[in-house]
Design a protein. Structure first.
Length: 79
């Protein structure tokens, strides 16, 4: 089976919410088919991609707290 979908590099997403101190950064990525067609754009934030914990409850992965850092994944995602 051939993998035809990839994701783009994450781009910081600037949300304009005034007066909200607890806003954590968000990123958007494009799902790309055959290296040319953008199928969809997905927003990554703590709401739809929460921190991952191990069985002991320790956080083993989470999104960065600022847009100065890039989102890193330990595996390549294929759809």
């Amino acid at each position: 089976m051939e993998d035809r979908h990839t994701i783009s590099d994450p781009r910081p997403l600037v949300l304009e919410k005034v007066g909200s101190d607890d806003d954590l950064p968000s990123w958007e990525v494009d799902i790309i088919r055959d290296d040319t067609v953008v199928v969809d754009t997905v927003v990554l934030n703590n709401e739809n991609l929460p921190p991952r914990t191990n069985k002991k409850g320790k956080v083993v992965w989470r999104l960065p707290d600022s847009t100065d850092k890039l989102v890193r994944f330990s595996r390549v995602w294929y759809f």
